[in-house]
Design a protein around this ligand. Sequence first.
Ligand code: PGA
Length: 244
Amino acid sequence: MALRRKLIAGNWKMNGLRADGLALAEAIAARAKSGTPRCDLLVCPPATILAAVGAVISGSGVALGGQDCASAEKGAFTGDVSAEMLRDAGCTHVILGHCERRHGHDESDAQVHAKVAAAWRTGLVAILCVGETRTEREVGREVAVVASQLAGSIPEGATPDKLVIAYEPVWAIGTGLTPTLDDIASIHRTIRGIVPQNTRILYGGSVNPTNAREILSLADVDGGLIGGASLKPDDFWAIAEACP
Ligand code: PGA
C-alpha cells in the first residue's frame, strides 16, 4: 500500500436487501474493473449480504468491510457478530465506533477499544470513527472530544496498516451540512498529531460528488467514509474519481 493512498469507503448502514445490494455491488465492481481508480475502494454492506457482496466484488479490487463487530470471539451473545465471523465472510475491514453506535447504542470508548482489539486479533483493519455533536462544537469542545475518543478507543500497538481514523462530526452525518474546509483541515491536522505516523484519516459526513474534490484535496484528508452517496453507484464513483 502506498503511504496514505486515499481510501473511499461506502457505509451502506441498514440498507440493502439482497437484490438491491447485489445490484449496487455489481455496479461498483464494474466501474472499478473498467477504470483505474486513484484510490482504494471499500464497501461495507449489512451483515446479511456480506458473503454475497464479497462474491460479486471478487477480483474487482474493491474490498469488503463490516459495520460493527462484537469484542468477544464467540459464545452466548445473541444477535452479535464477531470479528472472526466478519473475516470468515470475506471482510478485510470493519467500521467501529460509528456515532450511530456510540450515540444510538450507547457505546463507550472502552467498548469501542475492545472492539478494535477484536478486529486486530483476527487481522481486520479497524476504521475507527470519532466526532463531536453539534452542542459540543457550539461550545468549542470538538478537539477535546475527538482527542478523548482517540485516547479511549485505540489499543496499544496501533500501526497504519491496521488502523484508519474516520473523523465524522455527528451533526454532519446525513444532514447535508459539512464543516468549513478550514475546520476540516484543522481537526485533521490535530488528529494527525495524535495517531501513529501515516495513519489514514478519512472525513465523513455529507460527502457528495459536488463537495468531494475540495474536501479530498485537503492535505490531511486521506479519503472519505460515505453514507448516503454510497448507495448510488454514480455518486460513489464520482466521489472516488474526485480523489486528486
Ligand atoms: P453520510 O453518512 O455520508 O450519509 O452523511 C456518513 C456516515 O455516517 O458514515
